[in-house]
Design a protein around this ligand. Sequence first.
Ligand SMILES: [Zn+2]
Length: 273
Amino acid sequence: MNSSAPLAAFVRRHPRLFVLTGAGCSTESGIPDYRDGNGEWKRPAPVTYQAFMGDELTRRRYWARSMIGFPVMSGARPGAAHLALAKLECAGKVGLLLTQNVDGLHSAAGSRSTIDLHGRIDTVRCMACGIHSPRAALQADLLRRNPRWAGFEARIAPDGDADLDGRDFASFDVPACAHCGGVLKPDVVFFGESVPPQRVADARSALAECDAVLVAGSSLMVYSGFRFVQAAVTAGKPVAAVNLGRTRADDLLTLKVQQPVGEALAELVAGLS
Ligand SMILES: [Zn+2]
């Protein structure tokens, strides 16, 4: 009996899973985690919605860091956790995969029944007219407008931006919406911003159709994800978690697997076939 046996038993017992994933699924793909094993911030907290919308210099700083971090984000490839969860869906075990990640790697791995709870970093939205556009197109525009910045290397954060401490961001040139002149924002839910209600409602109805919850690579420190575990427990549905380190839901879990998430899920999928 290997270490994945309890998780395999959990999945066999509960054929339709609501899978909730977090940053731990993407660390193997080179996108670092925000939080350490105790759920504490590893680096300064990311920009808030209020600061982004309320202050032009904050926006220049955000987009400068984002422009330099973008190649790592856009070049990331699915890792073992993403691939295993796509196979789990193929095997008919996944009712919904709800991810707190914004990197799109579950879709890239082949998962189809997914909701991106916090949006997608590969998409940009105009906050005035609501039009969506590809982040890659904005990247080309940012590089054209800011050739001096293009060569900087920096450490990359999970939301695709980079550390550029001490730079003068006032000169960084950020385009407005080409259609209406409005403020462009990544189509991701910032800290201090609400998840769109329809997205939450869709995830809740999927949860109602599922037998159990499998948390993969999340410390559940952000309430927008944690509330689905609370809702599952309230509805009497068991919750298993694969995560290295503490989660906010540790006292609510039926099963906790302390193992690297890619390794644990790959073993799980291999054991099911
Ligand atoms: Zn617009």
